[in-house]
Write a protein that binds this ligand. Structure first.
Ligand SMILES: CC(C)(COP(=O)(O)OP(=O)(O)OC[C@H]1O[C@@H](n2cnc3c(N)ncnc32)[C@H](O)[C@@H]1OP(=O)(O)O)[C@@H](O)C(=O)NCCC(=O)NCCS
Length: 157
């Protein structure tokens, strides 16, 4: 699957990740600040073994963004597990494109809803999710290992 997009000056395309993307995904994971990051073993599992959708955004052969969605057996609820865009490529709409592509796939597959957790202080990500029609479902006190609270968000299809 392939979906092109552009902010007018830079073009990127979105595709499914493969096992060859593991190192690039790991690098991106470590560059992007967020509440918690995945280790190699976890990422490898998410990419190769889990029931998941892993998409990457690519510019000139380099991976600059990624989204990981977990799918559940027999339950039509999916969970966005990770969303990253390289700091040098932010504010161009790449996360929005990754999210739109993932939401299209979930809708096509017949999912009822998708959920995610976001740090209570991560206003940028919260703005993005709000713009994609996610609503706050509940608060999750001390959700992260560092003790920070999170918000649990949901979007229905
Ligand atoms: C959150 C993140 C993925 C956004 O990526 P991005 O490609 O810059 O986002 P987009 O350009 O698609 O922006 C989409 C919307 O997000 C919001 N947004 C993005 N950057 C923002 C900023 N600096 N300030 C305020 N709102 C912002 C806006 O609503 C924006 O829409 P707009 O440009 O029409 O105003 C990126 O900042 C990131 O990787 N952060 C670190 C990892 C992280 O926090 N991931 C989410 C964990 S839950």
């Amino acid at each position: 699957m392939r979906k092109g997009a552009s902010d007018g000056s830079v073009k990127w395309h979105i595709r499914s990740a493969t096992k060859d993307d593991l190192d690039s995904l790991l690098d991106l994971e470590q560059i992007c600040y967020k509440e918690e990051t995945f280790h190699r073993k976890q990422l490898k599992y998410l990419l190769l073994k889990a029931r998941s959708i892993v998409l990457v955004a690519q510019i000139s052969g380099n991976i600059v963004g990624s989204i990981i969605v977990l799918l559940r057996e027999r339950i039509l609820n999916a969970r966005i597990y990770s969303l990253n865009v390289h700091p040098e490529h932010r504010r161009r709409g790449i996360a929005g494109s990754l999210m739109d592509t993932a939401l299209d796939i979930l809708e096509e597959k017949g999912y009822d809803n998708v959920t995610l957790e976001v740090g209570i202080n991560n206003r940028i990500a919260q703005d993005l999710y709000r713009s994609k029609d996610f609503i706050v479902d509940k608060e999750l006190p001390h959700y992260y290992k560092n003790g920070d609270d999170a918000l649990h968000l949901m979007r229905k299809f």
